[in-house]
Write a protein that binds this ligand. Structure first.
Ligand code: NAI
Ligand code: MG
Length: 326
């Protein structure tokens, strides 16, 4: 039986880049696609940004490909991450030959904790003058992330990873995170380098080659991986994966790009590379490598979309990627 892949285009350029990624998946394998709706447009029609039907489709599928949602993004993506039980957000940031990058040697994977921190915290308005935020960190979630990191690093043939935190200030929460991650790495026989998150921001800008796999708490991972996106030439290139114990959701890092939506010029690379991560997750390693290779080839020699200095449309780039699959 075919693998079931839920497909949610969402809003804006999600409607352009997700169909492109689906075309590429169709070219390399046999999948049963289950389309579902989420985002601003479906909310305008039904009052709900994430209909129950969509949640169920995602929860029941083997994997999901998601585009982006507009102003309803938080109402869509946070519950969808829950629907797949995702505890880690995998965000590779690498530069490609042929693409202008601030730091052309960048090749870093962020493993971002995906359930806790300030995103799971509780904000309070206590008075006219005072608001507070509670931050959530558990040993169990930190250990689960670390165990994933150890496997991830071992799969890449590595023996160490970096762990980013700010436990000199947030002694209790980031201290707990740090202790859990370092101790799991020890148990797996892996080395860890601890990097304070502010120092990390400077170091990756100056020399990204110091970093390979970087394990982060939720907010730090969000911010620092976007910083890395800036080093490699923009949002149109960055895929991501939300991984759970037996389900996963794949999405480009970018949003709905309202400034170019509907023009047919969105860069489909991030969405297609997200589809490659989906393929790898489902065990289609050869197909994933072929898709990555084809995207790299097109990035190097064109055609390119306007964000990368070219004048080709989404369809032309997608067609070129499919032509270069081998
Ligand atoms: P954005 O990522 O949509 O756009 C930022 C800039 O990058 C724009 O100039 C856009 O044209 C460009 N860009 C992004 N992806 C591109 C692509 N594939 N090809 C070419 N250019 C691309 O971020 P922004 O403008 O902050 O947010 C726009 C909307 O997207 C907001 O409503 C926001 O809530 C939503 N959003 C949704 C996300 C999600 O669903 N996961 C994530 C980020 C933003
Ligand atoms: Mg973000």
């Amino acid at each position: 039986s075919y693998e079931e892949v839920a497909v949610i285009e969402g809003d804006g350029i999600g409607r352009e880049v997700v169909p492109a990624a689906v075309e590429v998946l169709d070219a390399v394998g046999d999948f049963e696609f289950r389309t579902a709706r989420a985002g601003d447009a479906v909310r305008a029609e039904t009052g709900e940004a994430l209909p129950q039907e969509t949640y169920d489709t995602v929860a029941d599928a083997d994997a999901t490909l998601f585009g982006a949602a507009g102003e309803t993004a938080a109402d869509v993506i946070l519950p969808l991450r829950t629907a797949v039980g995702s505890f880690v957000n995998v965000r590779p940031a690498r530069a490609y030959p042929g693409v202008d990058a601030v730091q052309p040697e960048t090749d870093v994977v962020f493993l971002r904790e995906n359930t806790e921190g300030v995103y799971a915290g509780h904000e309070d308005r206590l008075s006219e003058d005072l608001s507070t935020l509670t931050r959530v960190v558990t040993t169990s979630a930190s250990e689960r992330l670390a165990a994933f990191a150890c496997e991830f690093v071992a799969d890449r043939g590595g023996d160490a990873f970096q762990v980013v935190h700010k436990s000199n200030v947030m002694r209790e929460t980031d201290g707990r995170f740090r202790d859990a991650v370092v101790s799991v790495a020890d148990d797996h026989g892996l080395d860890t380098e601890e990097v304070l998150m502010d120092a990390f921001a400077t170091r990756i800008c100056l020399d990204p080659t110091q970093f390979d796999v970087v394990v982060c708490p939720n907010l730090a991972g969000d911010v620092l991986s976007d910083l890395a996106a800036g080093l490699v030439g923009g949002l149109g290139l960055l895929p991501s994966a939300n991984i759970g114990p037996d389900n996963a959701l794949f999405e480009p890092v970018h949003g709905t790009a309202p400034d170019i939506a509907g023009e047919g010029v969105a860069n489909p690379s991030a969405a297609i590379l997200s589809a490659a991560m989906l393929l790898e997750h489902l065990g289609y390693d050869g197909e994933a490598a072929a898709v990555r290779g084809a995207v790299e080839s097109v990035l190097e020699s064109g055609p390119r979309t306007p964000d990368l200095g070219g004048d080709a449309g989404t369809d032309a780039v997608t067609g070129a990627v499919i032509d270069r699959l081998d």
